[in-house]
Design a protein around this ligand. Structure first.
Ligand code: PLP
Length: 399
């Protein structure tokens, strides 16, 4: 058997070095615990970047996937399948959207959303050349299209020129959005809660004003719910907590709880003028295997009362973090919603994270100074207490 050191060395010799990985080889999971190949246990407040909402070893989910593996994994989108029909219905119902397209990732969902918005405007006006307004500090993915609307110059610069016609506005500043609107604007894209950019929720007034602006000018509002959706904020989708609905939404991460799948969805009004046969496609997207997972994920969310747990345990988690912030001068702010929380320090958090991981608690950052707290949505108050105890120690050792 390989030691972790041997695995890490061999991996570094073959995998393209696009990540500075933690020096752990993860092997298996159980509940909200992960175990490395040498048997060490970790309490997971990272959830594989907000993916593993149901934790690990959910028998109903793994059972549904195994059954589908034995039955039929793939058909291509030239045929119908019961799992795709069922997963589509459940996502449409949960999101308040009418038409769903399944993709293989979040990035591809963004690509689809961009194309859907452009096609809508093209059908309406009979010409192309449309613009999209995106937000500073946003993150929408790494493909050329998704990168073009990502508000991080460091990520974009080496790959320019990217997709043209993108203008950036300041998140939560309606005047800066209005200043970028032209008669060519076809869409405004933003995360309902900015995830990679430091955990910044949209202000309710801002989001309502953007919605009103879009209604007034027939601009499509695209909300990226890839990280903040699927129950993470205490609503199935974060925009439901704002009392508004986007025209197009994107979803991924926890949608398959570990099975790689994303989706973009839209209202019927948009769908009528948008992507038609020949305009968009995918070979794998929405195959029976991933859709069997998606379908079971929605069932498990109900059966395990996930939203109730996010609200209750998320409030407890926030309360514990705020009490910690009150006692620790280097913490500037605790922000976010539900179980998508950020703790901003006045210095980089890499030392704190390293200590926590060494002491069996997995945490992640969001930008250099923000600790991101995104556990599986099944965590309990006892898990929160365990995490806080280690975090307190890490902060003490760090100062
Ligand atoms: C992770 C993420 C993406 C990209 O999703 P991938 O599945 O990594 O392609 C896009 N938008 C947001 C808000 C994300 O958090």
């Amino acid at each position: 058997m390989n030691t972790m050191k041997q695995t890490i060395e061999a991996a570094e010799n073959v995998l393209l070095h696009t990540y500075n990985r933690y020096q752990i080889v993860l092997d298996r999971g159980e509940g909200v615990k992960l175990f490395d190949t040498e048997g060490k246990e970790y309490l997971d407040f990272f959830a594989g970047i907000a993916v593993s909402a149901l934790g690990y070893g959910n028998k109903a989910l793994s059972g549904a996937i195994k059954d589908q593996v034995d039955k039929l994994m793939h058909t291509s989108n030239y045929f119908y399948s019961v799992p795709a029909m069922e997963a589509g219905k459940k996502l449409a119902k949960a999101s308040g959207m009418d038409r769903v397209f399944f993709t293989n990732s979040g990035t591809e969902a963004i690509e689809g959303a961009i194309k859907a918005a452009k096609k809508y405007a093209y059908t309406r006006d009979g010409h192309g050349g449309f613009e999209i307004i995106a937000m500073e500090r946003s993150f929408h993915g790494r493909s050329v299209g998704a990168l073009s609307v990502t508000g991080n110059a460091h990520y974009r610069e080496p790959f320019e020129p990217l997709m043209g016609g993108v203008k950036f506005a300041v998140f939560n500043d309606i005047d800066s959005v209005k200043a970028q609107v032209t008669d060519r604007t076809c869409a405004i894209i933003m995360e309902t809660v900015q995830g990679e950019g430091g955990i910044y929720p949209a202000d309710p007034d801002f989001l309502r004003q953007v919605r009103a602006l879009c209604d007034e000018k027939d601009i499509l509002l695209i909300l990226d719910e890839i990280q903040c959706g699927m129950g993470r904020t205490g609503n199935m989708f974060a925009y439901q907590g704002y009392g508004i609905r986007p025209d197009i939404m994107t979803c991924a991460k926890a949608l398959g709880c570990g099975v790689p799948v994303g989706a973009f969805a839209m209202t019927g009004r948009v769908a009528e003028k948008s992507l038609a046969p020949g305009d968009h496609g995918t070979t794998y997207g929405g195959n029976p295997l991933v859709c069997a997972a998606v379908s079971e994920v929605f069932d498990q969310f109900e059966e395990l009362h996930i939203l109730e747990n996010v609200r209750e345990t998320g409030a407890y988690l926030r309360d514990r973090l705020e009490k910690l912030a009150g006692a620790v001068p280097s913490i500037k702010e605790v922000r976010g919603k539900g179980m998508l929380l950020g703790v901003e320090f006045d210095h980089p958090v890499s030392g704190i994270i390293a200590y926590c991981i060494e002491h069996g608690v997995l945490l992640i950052n969001s930008g250099a100074n923000v600790l991101r707290v995104i556990p599986p949505l099944v965590v309990t108050k006892e898990h929160v207490d365990q995490m806080i105890a280690v975090l307190e120690e890490a902060i003490r050792k760090d100062s």
